[in-house]
Design a protein around this ligand. Structure first.
Ligand code: NAD
Ligand code: UDP
Ligand code: UDP
Length: 311
């Protein structure tokens, strides 16, 4: 049994990770400031004897005793990370410094939830880990993209300078139950709109692509990375390489919900990446990880979750 710190543990991914690690017999210390996360996501864990919740902002130092650290704290959807962009950069950068300082003092492994956004609007397709990215330093997405890039830099400097056992994964678009229905991400928007027979809001012409990973697959990859041999630092892409246009996604969701919704085209947000697809050879080879749940199967589970929220 390990004592495991999960920052951002009340968020979408953090709540799934907490549940999996608890079920495997570990003790979980969930640290969250509830900026985008919710008590509802972890409500069913609160009475578990091995689950502890601490309200804390990772931009401030944290002195606790744990055996592993998963650093997930950071708003992840564009509307939330752009609402207070200075706080977003602070969370990524100061949060990384504090959690790395903690890992250094305790001499324990630490995993960083980095992102495919470090590739920006990619000029090579699909994206392997060695691609250095095409990111604006000044645009509206920069607080998130550059914050996450700087966090990666800090991780690799703590590894080289202080010998911290780091693990960096680059997460591609992930979806599933416990996504915040109002957080503006495409899967939650389209499902909520379809369930209400409202117009489906396609930004731009809908030809931009994303590759969607179901949450259980993503969490499996994350835990495999944490438990990989010390010295395997990554960065490793974790995502489902099957790529879809936003039009294809909208059509699939309308079909699966039997909705009467129509498509409505709106302006494309500034700096919106045109395409995104992970190369996952490294994760396959080093972690023996492969996503198992296809889009239709994952969407059905996610639609069921959102439909129940409405009841
Ligand atoms: P989320 O917004 O649901 O969860 C983030 C959690 O962090 C929330 O519970 C929030 O309250 C908490 N948080 C934010 N700022 C904090 C702070 N300063 N101190 C303490 N807690 C704070 O997002 P998610 O989808 O679960 O994402 C989790 C992590 O994975 C993030 O770091 C995100 O960047 C990364 N990621 C997610 C995706 C995805 O598709 N979901 C893709 C790439 C990377
Ligand atoms: N830190 C923390 N918890 C710890 C140890 C360190 O939050 O258990 C913070 C500490 O406050 C510092 C940061 O992590 O701001 C970086 O720590 P490090 O030891 O690398 O730097 P230093 O303390 O030398 O500035
Ligand atoms: N998008 C859309 N309609 C929406 C929300 C998003 O067409 O209601 C598009 C958005 O412009 C982007 C893609 O869907 O091209 C994925 O957006 P999301 O915010 O989910 O993730 P990210 O852009 O961070 O990959």
């Amino acid at each position: 049994m390990k004592r495991i710190l999960i920052t951002g543990g009340a968020g979408f991914l953090g709540s799934h990770l907490s549940e999996k690690l608890l079920n495997e017999g570990n003790e979980i210390l969930c640290v969250d400031n509830f900026y985008t996360g919710s008590r509802k996501n972890i409500h069913h864990l609160l009475d578990h004897k091995n689950f502890e919740l601490m309200r804390h902002d990772v931009t401030h130092p944290l002195f606790v005793e744990v055996d592993q650290i998963y650093n997930l704290a950071c708003p992840a959807s564009p509307i939330h990370y752009q609402f207070d962009p200075v706080q977003t950069t602070k969370t990524s950068v100061l949060g990384a410094i504090n959690m790395l300082g903690l890992a250094k003092r305790l001499k324990v492994p630490i995993l960083q939830a980095s992102t495919s956004e470090v590739y920006g609007d990619p000029e090579i397709h699909p994206q392997p880990e060695f691609y250095r990215g095409n990111v604006s330093t000044t645009g509206p997405r920069a607080c998130y993209d550059e914050g996450k890039r700087c966090a990666e830099t800090l991780f690799f400097d703590y590894y080289r300078q202080h010998n911290v056992d780091i693990k960096v994964i680059r997460i591609f678009n992930t979806y599933g139950p416990n996504m915040n229905p109002k957080d503006g991400r495409v899967v939650s928007n389209f499902i909520m709109q379809a369930l209400h027979n409202e117009d489906i809001t396609i930004y731009g012409e809908g030809h931009q692509t994303r590759s969607f990973c179901y949450v259980s697959d993503l969490i499996d990859g994350m835990v495999k990375m944490m438990n990989s041999p010390s010295g395997f630092t990554g960065p490793v892409n974790i995502g489902n390489p099957k790529e879809f246009t936003m039009l294809e996604l909208a059509e699939k969701i309308v079909e699966l919900t039997g909705s009467r919704s129509k498509l409505k085209f709106q302006n494309l947000p500034k700096d919106d990446p045109r395409q995104r697809q992970p190369v996952i050879d490294l994760a396959k080879r080093k972690l023996e990880w492969n996503p198992k749940i296809n889009l239709e199967e994952g969407l059905k589970k996610t639609i069921d979750y959102f439909a129940k929220l409405e009841e």
